[in-house]
Design a binder for this molecule. Structure first.
Ligand code: G6P
Length: 609
């Protein structure tokens, strides 16, 4: 979602801000803008569409001079995708200029109040309301004006603010939306995430909710919105530039699909005790007793993370021997859920910032649940709001369509399930066997990746089709959902994923001559049942693409196209069967000419509910 970059230091700010915006492009956006404090006052340039459009505009203007500025990529919430609605926004009295990520929920009441005070608005955004409010409350001290304005605001925000009357100062603040302050040598970069900072410094301060930070070339001061001073913690950003650059790949999504073997080796590293047949999860050790006594696990997330959570549900019951459910965070939160004693909630999230997941987590915590996180981004809000957790360690995921985070989440959830299972009813022999097999998943994914050309050829055959079905059973039902989601996200092809058995209860009506139906038909306990479902599709003229187990010759007699994955225990199969589906979606998007890493309308991290 929206991306923020702000700079104060000794260098020319414009190129630095543009470079920062490019690093944040992956978050998803539909317009962009910059504001600089120049010798001739505040200059604002905004453009609809890509950051490249903004660059063109700046070039036509001959560039902006100045060493203090703000920049923003906007993902529209209030008001359409227009230049007038793009950030930065300014006030009409005090020389205030502001960028914002989040939603000001009481913006309508604030706007009425400000209009009564004579302010005139030029956009439909909630952000302009905040800029006007800061301007209205400004009495010669930007930090105080921002604090006062934020005390009036409900909703979520990460903001950066500058003022013509205080040219060497940026004031930034957050509640609910991420923001960090990169600390350089007499220069500071405020940004939505580390990717816009690491090219310049690896030291950063993470702001907590309701924190305000005043930054000048000389240093920074952190306080609450009530002006209680805080001692900030400076942390080391664990991100190197290579991880966020494309290298030899054409797209980040492609890079991340191919990175999966390495990524999962990292997820597993140091977490398997082969001799004891045990899982070692440092983050969970001090909660082991609570986990053993737990009565129920509730897994939650959104999008791809929810699909991983759904697999987690099967894993928890099958391996962990504990009742488990998985559900959309957005639904859980608002259905007045019953949380009994001994409930463990597991929030699954790549970014650790998804607003719905965070809200569900808070709801569960308020009702007494033990809160765990399965999160990728270190130091993210969910990782800080949970009692304990497991990091994915798959490295930064830039492609909007989540791939390596998904397999990382499933791997981490497998580890948690075995961690639990071994402390409950699982025998040492079974856990040793499973851990041995789990260690071999990365090399097995490598074998799937070797078939990239075949997968591309199969995709070419069906890429013109506008409706697809993805079907699977048991562990591979969530994989079918994930395959359909990947295709929708980046190739804009309509696809549905569902349990293969459900097809007969309605969706079978969709099947006509040549409709592609992708079956996950690995050799698992429900193999024969899946074969029957395949026959039902074939009988109605549908085209079957099967993801099957190596060595299965029979499948070739029933499916038109077969993509093989290596044999492995059924509970570990999702990490393999999902890979051909990721590659199919990738190739379909490229063949259709779409911008794989910047799919229309999508945001990488959805920080509004
Ligand atoms: C967005 C992204 C999805 C992602 C979902 C959950 O919708 O586009 O790819 O699966 O958010 O994100 P999270 O960061 O919580 O895993």
């Amino acid at each position: 979602m929206c991306g923020i970059v702000a700079y104060v230091g000794g260098k020319r700010a414009e190129p630095l801000l543009i470079e920062g915006l490019k690093r944040l492009e992956y978050r998803g956006y539909d317009s962009a803008g910059v504001a600089l404090l120049t010798d001739e006052g505040m200059k604002i340039v905004r453009a609809v569409g890509r950051v490249a459009n903004l660059e063109d505009k700046l070039e036509n203007l001959g560039g902006l001079q100045g060493t203090v500025g703000l920049a923003h990529t906007r993902w529209a919430t209030h008001g359409g995708v227009t230049e007038a609605n793009a950030h930065p926004h300014r006030d009409d009295r005090s020389g205030i200029c502001l960028v914002h990520n989040g939603i000001i929920e009481n913006y309508a009441a604030l706007r009425t109040y400000l209009e009564e005070k004579g302010h005139r608005f030029h956009s439909e955004t909630d952000t302009e309301v905040l800029a006007m409010l800061v301007g209205e409350l400004y009495e010669g001290d930007l930090e105080r004006a921002v604090q006062a304005a934020l005390r009036e605001v409900t909703g979520a925000y990460a903001i950066a603010v500058i003022c013509e009357r205080e040219p060497g100062t940026i004031v930034c603040a957050r509640k609910g939306s991420p923001l960090i302050v990169g600390v350089g040598n007499s220069e500071f970069i405020v940004a939505s995430d580390a990717s816009a900072i690491v090219a310049h410094t690896t030291q950063a301060v993470t702001l907590e909710d309701y924190n305000v930070c005043k930054v000048t070339r000389e240093g920074f001061r952190t306080s609450t919105i009530d002006d209680v001073e805080i001692t900030p913690k400076v942390m080391q950003l664990e991100l190197d530039l290579e991880q966020i650059e494309l290298g030899t790949f054409s797209h980040f999504m492609q890079k991340e699909i191919f990175e999966q073997p390495k990524a999962l080796r990292n997820t597993l590293r140091g977490r398997i005790d082969e001799y004891e047949g045990k899982v070692v999860l440092g983050g969970l050790t001090s909660f082991a007793k609570d986990l053993v006594k737990a009565h129920r696990v509730l897994l939650t997330g959104q999008g791809t993370a929810l699909h991983a959570a759904m697999i987690g549900r099967y894993l928890m019951e099958d391996l962990g021997k504990i009742p488990a459910t998985a559900e959309y965070a957005s639904e859980f939160r608002y259905r007045n859920p019953i949380i009994e004693d001994g409930t463990v909630v597991i929030a699954v999230s790549q970014s650790g910032e998804t607003a719905d997941t965070l809200a569900a987590l808070q709801e569960a915590k308020d009702r007494g649940a033990l809160a765990l996180g399965v999160v990728n981004v270190v130091g993210s809000t969910i990782s800080r709001e949970t009692d304990a957790g497991v990091y994915l360690r798959v490295g930064p995921e830039i492609g909007v369509a989540s791939t390596k985070a998904f397999t990382g989440q499933v791997t981490a959830l497998t580890l948690v399930s075995i961690f639990l299972g071994r402390r409950r009813l699982m025998s040492a022999e079974r856990s040793m066997m499973l851990l041995e097999e789990l260690k071999r998943v990365p090399e097995r994914i490598e074998r799937v990746l070797e078939q990239d050309r075949t997968i591309k050829r199969v995709t070419e055959r069906y890429v013109e089709r506008n409706n697809w079905l993805f079907l699977g059973r048991g562990y591979n039902y969530p994989v079918a959902m994930e395959g359909a989601l990947k295709l929708k996200e980046i190739s804009y092809i309509h696809a549905e994923g569902m349990p293969a058995a459900e097809m007969k209860h309605g969706p079978i009506a969709l099947i006509d001559e040549g409709m592609p139906a992708v079956f996950i038909a690995n050799r698992g306990p429900q193999y024969e049942k899946v074969m029957s479902n395949i026959a039902e599709v074939r009988a109605r003229g549908g085209h079957v693409i099967a993801v099957a187990t190596e060595g299965d010759e029979h499948i070739k007699t029933v499916a038109q196209d077969v993509l093989y994955v290596p044999d492995c225990p059924d509970c570990l199969s999702p990490m393999l069967t999902v890979v051909p589906l990721q590659l199919m979606a990738y190739h379909a998007a490229v063949l259709r000419g779409h911008d794989v890493d910047k799919p229309r309308n999508l945001a990488k991290s959805v920080t509004v509910e």
